[in-house]
Design a binder for this molecule. Structure first.
Ligand code: NAD
Length: 339
């Protein structure tokens, strides 16, 4: 059993904790608390052990009648690997301060820079790069979404170049601090950071990205234009996405025409928290230019809160020395109910 601890029990951390608890080859040792909140109350209800990251956090929990199971060092003493899902920059700091001195492996999230770990990870693209490594970064939700579909296209047709635009949700559904509420906000940086980030996983893909944020909390939406080396037809691309793992083809006929309907679909399927970890590609929005058949266009929706969760699970296995990437992906998919 791989002994796993979670630092940063928020949007990503609580989902990774539940996912670890579902795996037959992993044991969730515990999660950390940085402060008292409904998240810590739910962790307690789920009987997860709670370790405080500071004396302030310990006092806050005790003041709310919640007895912690120890402090961060106590958690580190029991685990093989930490998934650090604290806000950006904390993971980087913790590698130097805690994980290296305690000789513990750690995964950091997409808020950290590639250089923090030196390896950036999306299971179906570069599982092998993470095998037996001490520190790996699971890339952001947007980068994961781009890498999953582009890797499939690249393997089948070869990619000459990509232009992609990310229409990003303004905040997560629970988040009262971010926006916009009534504006469309372009990222005034060319390219947006997503292009170089994709190259940290798909090293040889030429990609240029732009991004903007909109007043929605549900999902991101990407539009992609991909110049491909081999000729393609729309039906071949549909088959390609249908047969690629962690990509879900969705159709107009199902009335899945928007991010709102996709989220409702995920809730109706009984997914935990109504999550949709697969990247959803609209079948009717796949197009190929008719002249040379070498320009592919498509649109996809990315559930920012959940697409990176299966990646964290596969990354744990890879770093702990399990070297069969396909098998790991299968095991994780089974636990998540992903076909
Ligand atoms: P979050 O704010 O939802 O959760 C962070 C949690 O960490 C909170 O519970 C907070 O109390 C706790 N925390 C704060 N400071 C801490 C500290 N010093 N030590 C330990 N815990 C601390 O954040 P999130 O959205 O889960 O993001 C975490 C990481 O995941 C970031 O790198 C982010 O970029 C990345 N990520 C986020 C999303 C998303 O859409 N939310 C998607 C993919 C990746």
């Amino acid at each position: 059993m791989i002994k796993v601890g979670i630092n940063g029990y928020g949007t990503i951390g609580k989902r990774v904790a539940d996912a670890v608890a579902m795996q037959k080859d992993m044991k969730l040792v515990g999660v950390t608390a940085h402060s008292y909140s409904f998240n810590t109350e739910v962790a307690k209800q789920k009987r997860y052990r709670i370790f405080t990251v500071s004396s302030e956090a310990e006092n806050e929990l005790k003041a709310n009648s919640l007895k912690p199971d120890g402090n961060f060092q106590n958690l580190l003493d029991e685990v093989d690997i930490i998934v650090d899902a604290a806000p950006r920059k904390v993971g980087k700091e913790n590698i130097g301060k805690f994980y290296k001195p305690n000789k513990i492996k750690a995964i950091v999230q997409g808020g950290e820079k590639h250089e923090t770990a030196g390896i950036s990870f999306v299971a179906q693209c570069n599982y092998d790069e993470a095998v037996n490594k001490d520190f790996v970064r699971v890339v952001s939700c947007n980068t994961t979404g781009l890498c999953r579909t582009l890797d499939a296209v690249n393997k089948k047709y070869g990619i000459t170049s990509v232009h992609a635009t990310m229409i990003r949700r303004g905040a997560d559904p629970w988040d009262i601090y971010h926006g916009p509420i009534n504006a469309i906000v372009p990222v005034l940086e060319m390219p947006s950071h997503h292009g170089p980030d994709v190259q940290s996983v798909l090293h040889n893909v030429e990609i240029f990205t732009t991004a903007l944020s909109v007043p929605s909390t549900l999902m991101h939406l990407h539009t992609l234009t991909v110049d491909i080396k081999k000729k393609a037809g729309v039906n071949d691309v549909i088959e390609l996405f249908k047969n690629s793992t962690r990509i879900r083809l969705i159709r107009n006929a199902e009335h899945l025409r928007s991010t709102a309907e996709i989220m409702e679909f995920a809730r109706d399927m009984g997914r935990l928290r109504g999550d949709m970890p697969e990247i959803c590609v609209w079948q009717e929005a796949i197009g190929i230019t008719s002249n040379a058949h070498n320009k592919l266009l498509y649109m996809q929706a990315v559930h920012q809160e959940s697409d990176v969760i299966p990646e964290n699970i596969d990354c744990i296995r890879a770093m702990m020395g399990f070297n069969d990437g396909q098998k790991s992906i299968q095991m994780t998919n089974k636990a998540f109910g992903i076909k």
